[in-house]
Design a protein around this ligand. Structure first.
Ligand SMILES: Cc1ncc(COP(=O)(O)O)c(C=O)c1O
Length: 361
């Protein structure tokens, strides 16, 4: 069997969730959209079942997968509904939904519902992506109330630059949020992972941690006690020596300066490992540091085993995880951990859980 796999540590997931909630205070929705950032939404939700106050996904289909898998906890649709015919299912499944633009409000007003739904009213406090601005917030709140279709209304916003603690923009967003929601009753929710870690001023009734749950610090320098949840790993499937002056792989990007022992690893960009990483990108071989040499191919990549004579056929290679921080790979690839995690595909997801729920997906 091809040795490429993503090992998911569900105990680490719980640790990170509890850390997020404790740091923030109040309650926390675990953000498990995009298949839990590539970790498997249902398995992650099941692992958090006893701890999490609720979950957040992007859209109805993601929520239905969790409900079908037996998740009874509150589930928030972060993008709300796309069409009025989704509303009946939202009510039936007792889902919570974000309302972030006028058309969603109109759909709610004109669609008969069997039961009221809880709404998270989104305020655009400066990200300018979604949400109501200024006076429109209170007007929308009143229309939601008057519709007779709505249970509780939570007031929320989302930060654009909470991972940059040296900037003032997060506090500016907070001030705009406070001004737009002044006098309106109901719970508040503003903090994503970076805000939970870096902005004590941004703690309200509900946190919405995402990336933090998966153990990737949005501000890597901070040294928070996060535990990597996914270990992307594979094994050496062939070894060869190349002589000084010989080129390795597509485009001949790496040219050996000295006799070089090359390990061929079963992992490539078709599995989600980024093709763009340069020579020198870190990997770990049986727990020892090594590096990518040569361009990453579709199913294979090559690493330097020159300094690791004990490594050979079958040696385990970690691409990221507990030994190789995903942020280092993301930096080398010119992207963020979020994208790397969400891109993992084709490899087996295998689960380990100190509570004994291990097994394959
Ligand atoms: C509205 C909202 N809240 C919370 C999150 C979680 O963000 P993070 O993964 O940075 O914690 C997201 C993710 O993009 C989001 O869109």
């Amino acid at each position: 069997m091809r040795p490429a796999r993503a090992l998911i540590d569900l105990s680490a997931l719980r640790h990170n969730y509890l850390l997020a909630r404790e740091r923030h205070g109040g309650r926390a929705l675990a953000v498990v959209k995009a298949n839990a950032y590539g970790h498997g939404a249902l398995r992650c939700a099941q692992a958090l079942r006893d701890e999490a106050d609720g979950f957040a996904v992007a859209f109805l289909g993601e929520a239905l997968e969790l409900r079908a898998g037996g998740i009874d906890a509150p589930i928030l649709l972060l993008e709300g509904v796309f069409a009025a015919d989704e509303l009946a299912e939202v009510a039936r499944q007792r889902l919570w939904m974000v309302v972030h633009h006028e058309e969603q409000l109109c759909m709610l007003e004109r669609t008969p519902l069997a039961a009221p739904v809880d709404v998270w009213l989104k305020v655009n406090s400066g990200m300018n992506r979604a949400g109501f601005v200024g006076d429109a917030v209170a007007r929308t709140w009143r229309r939601l109330q008057a519709s007779g279709k709505v249970g509780r209304i939570v007031l929320m916003t989302h930060f654009a630059r909470a991972d940059e603690p040296e900037l003032g923009t997060t506090l500016e967003q907070l001030q705009r949020f406070e001004a737009a929601t002044a006098g309106l009753p109901g719970a508040r929710s503003v903090a994503n992972s970076a805000a939970i870690l870096a902005w004590p001023q941004a703690r309200r009734d509900w946190a919405r941690p995402g990336i933090l749950l998966y153990g990737a610090d949005p501000m890597p320098a901070e040294g928070n006690d996060l535990r990597a949840v996914m270990t992307l790993e594979s094994a050496v499937m062939a070894v060869r020596e190349i002589a000084p002056g010989e080129a390795l792989g597509y485009g001949g990007r790496f040219v050996a300066e000295r006799p070089t022992r090359v390990g061929l690893v079963a992992m490539g960009y078709a599995d989600g490992y980024p093709r763009v990483v340069p020579d020198g990108t870190p990997v770990a071989v049986e727990g020892r540091a090594s590096r990518i040499i040569g361009r990453v191919s579709m199913d294979m990549l090559t690493i330097d085993l020159t300094a690791l004579p004990e490594a050979g056929l079958g040696s385990q290679v970690e691409l990221w995880g507990k030994q190789v921080p995903i942020n280092h790979v993301a930096q080398a690839a010119g992207t963020i951990s979020y994208e790397l995690l969400c891109n993992v595909k084709r490899v087996r997801l295998e689960y380990a859980d100190a509570r004994g729920m291990g097994g394959k997906a």
